[in-house]
Ligand binder design. Structure first.
Ligand SMILES: Nc1ncnc2c1ncn2[C@@H]1O[C@H](COP(=O)(O)OP(=O)(O)O)[C@@H](O)[C@H]1O
Ligand SMILES: C=C(OP(=O)(O)O)C(=O)O
Ligand SMILES: [K+]
Ligand SMILES: [Mg+2]
Length: 584
């Protein structure tokens, strides 16, 4: 099989096209290095531009969407995407126009949605602030609430031109407290005796009592065990067992939050016999997963993964049931078992999360940073996107500015070139969700700019991962294209991809320039949102690369996202070639 690498500078070919857009308001202004909140943008319409690049016969119709009021009462006039249009999310488009290619953000941002951010306007503020993925934690909230949030995110995408993907995070079989009978927190003081019970209190919860979700709790703990709430935020010692009730003495005071995670320790080690017998995916999780499949979420993050087996099982379950497109399965690395089987778990998954919250409750805290580094590196090697999660900006739940240490932690995750950073309580129930997102964005942009200013291309020796000769060719092409992009200082890499694989291979090399990933599939496009440096576009394309390129150039030029003379390297998974060209 002969494979050719074509290197050519394209002849200038300027297709005819017609264009029409609605008036457009810039949604995003950079606030470099300043942790300032965003000015909220006015409502923005979805803009689709259509053009025809065929033989200079520019006979095309423009597709526009009507502005729709917030309450959704006005009828929406959105045409389905046609083969001659291109879609990119409104925030990226504004960023490209404002600052050019090189300063688009490479690190992706995930926000947990909760009471502080579930309103339509609040969700929009996060989208404007750079949220790439909205996370719904199935530990919290009702089915109706989850449904409402998903609907709102979808509506936001459709009506306002964002491309926010949706991640469902399973509850898992962890042991946790009940919901405190509606109270937002309870204070445990030093020396107090609290009762942890498997009894469900049907009306009023007695003072200093906590329900536990796991029936075997009273059997499993022993007098003398240490009981840790949220990995040590509050500590108790078990002093007496009376039937279903376990009396515990508070030894480290603190705030108990609803449904906080519980672990128990004996002779200095985590007691995990029972945990390892609980199924990773509980019966409640399966119901949630069915709901996620029916709703067509983009990612399912699986809590407390212990082995690759459960991931394989879930993936085949989804494959048999999912209507259109795949749902990516992410493994949350948050237990000792998941660290033990790291390589095979990540290999089986479509990505991973460094879930530092529970991880820090299971291994000594000082080991968490090393575990993070190892997980991030393993994901890079195996070409899987990785999210660094939990407590990145914990103090911002209450305060409008982060601590210096938090900023340093975020910087470190960006320097590790993790694909994505995640907010949990900061965006779910904190007082400053938008400001927290701004901090993640500003810190990411600052580190990324530093790389470019100092010409710090990453020299990471990536192992070969292809499992077939054809895959090897794709891999070599992407590695070479990324290297060429750095050496030639090109403005952007273009990749035309059906399933996203070539795009992920380019992302894996972490090139200096942004990667424009063109795909005809809307669900692939949303999933690419999680990967470092990728700017996903929806675009119908053919097997003819020259016509694809001309069409893309015309459409992007019409939108003011590229200009004549820009240097581009293009690859595709239809024609295994690398093309270097100036935009005509
Ligand atoms: N859907 C929700 N409804 C209410 N509160 C939520 C929701 N999602 C998250 N939260 C709040 O945000 C906090 C942090 O979120 P997260 O880290 O996802 O959960 P957890 O702390 O349970 O692991 C939670 O402890 C909870 O107080
Ligand atoms: C992200 C995590 O999982 P959850 O918030 O669901 O506990 C974590 O433990 O860090
Ligand atoms: K969870
Ligand atoms: Mg967890």
């Amino acid at each position: 099989m002969a494979q050719s690498l074509n290197f050519f500078v394209s002849s200038s070919r300027s297709p005819d096209f017609t264009i029409s857009t609605n008036s457009y308001t810039k949604p995003m202004l950079q606030t470099p290095n300043r942790f300032l909140p965003f000015t909220k943008s006015p409502r923005k319409p979805l803009i689709l531009v259509s053009a025809s690049a065929e033989n200079g016969q520019g006979a095309s119709s423009a597709v526009t969407a009507d502005f729709v009021s917030d309450n959704g009462t006005k009828p929406i006039a959105i045409s389905p995407p046609d083969s001659s249009s291109i879609e990119v999310d409104a925030v990226t488009e504004a960023e490209l126009k404002e600052n050019g290619f090189r300063s688009t953000r490479r690190t992706k941002l995930v926000c947990t949605i909760g009471p502080a951010t579930c309103g339509f306007e609040q969700l929009e503020a996060l989208a404007v602030g750079g949220m790439n993925v909205a996370r719904i934690n199935m530990c919290h909230g009702t089915r109706e609430w989850h449904m409402t949030v998903i609907e709102r995110v979808r509506r936001l995408n459709e009506e306002k031109g964002y491309a926010v993907a949706i991640m469902m995070d399973t509850e898992g079989s962890e042991i946790h407290m009940g919901d405190l009978g509606g109270a937002s927190s309870a204070k445990a003081e030093d020396g107090e005796v609290w009762t942890f019970s498997v009894r469900a209190y049907d009306s009023i919860r007695p003072d200093r009592s906590i329900t536990v979700n796991y029936d075997g709790f009273a059997e499993d703990v022993k007098v003398g065990d240490e009981l840790l709430v949220d990995g040590g935020m509050v500590r108790f010692e078990v002093i007496e067992k009376i039937g279903p009730d376990v009396k515990c003495l508070c030894t480290d005071p603190g705030l108990l939050l609803p449904r906080a995670n519980l672990t128990f320790w004996r002779d200095g080690s985590l007691v995990r016999e029972r945990n390892s017998m609980l199924p990773t995916i509980s019966s409640k999780d399966w119901l949630d997963i069915d709901f996620g499949i029916a709703e067509g979420v983009d990612f399912i993050a699986v809590s407390f993964v212990k082995s690759a087996e459960v991931i394989n099982h879930l993936k085949s379950y989804i494959k048999a049931r999912s209507r259109d497109g795949d749902i990516a399965v992410l493994a949350k690395i948050e237990s000792i078992d998941s660290l033990k089987n790291l390589q095979e778990i990540i290999q089986a998954s479509d990505g991973a999360m460094v879930a530092r919250g529970d991880l820090g409750a299971q291994i000594p805290l000082e080991q968490v940073p090393l575990a993070q580094q190892r997980i991030v590196e393993t994901c890079r090697e195996l070409n899987k996107p990785v999210i660094v999660a939990s407590q990145l900006l914990e103090s911002m739940i209450e305060y409008p500015t982060p601590t210096r240490a938090e900023v340093a932690d975020v910087s470190e995750a960006v320097r590790q070139r993790a694909d994505a950073l995640m907010l949990s309580g900061e965006s779910a129930m904190g007082q400053f969700p938008d400001k927290a997102l701004t901090v993640l964005r500003s810190v990411s942009l600052r580190i990324e700019k530093w790389w470019r200013d100092e010409k710090r291309h990453e020299v990471m020796d990536l192992p070969d991962i292809a499992s077939s000769f054809s895959d090897s060719i794709s891999e070599e092409i992407c590695n070479s294209a990324a290297k060429m992009a750095n050496n030639l200082e090109v403005d952007a890499l273009f990749v035309y991809t059906k399933d996203g694989h070539m795009a992920s291979l380019l992302s894996r090399s972490r090139p200096d320039c942004p990667i424009f990933a063109f795909t005809a599939d809307t669900s692939v496009r949303r999933r690419l949102n999680l990967q470092w440096g990728l700017i996903p576009f929806r675009l119908g394309f053919s097997d003819d690369m020259e016509s694809n390129l001309n069409k893309t150039f015309a459409l992007l030029k019409a939108r003011g996202m590229i200009k004549s003379g820009d240097l581009v390297i293009a690859v595709s998974d239809m024609l295994q070639s690398i093309q270097v060209m100036n935009v005509p």
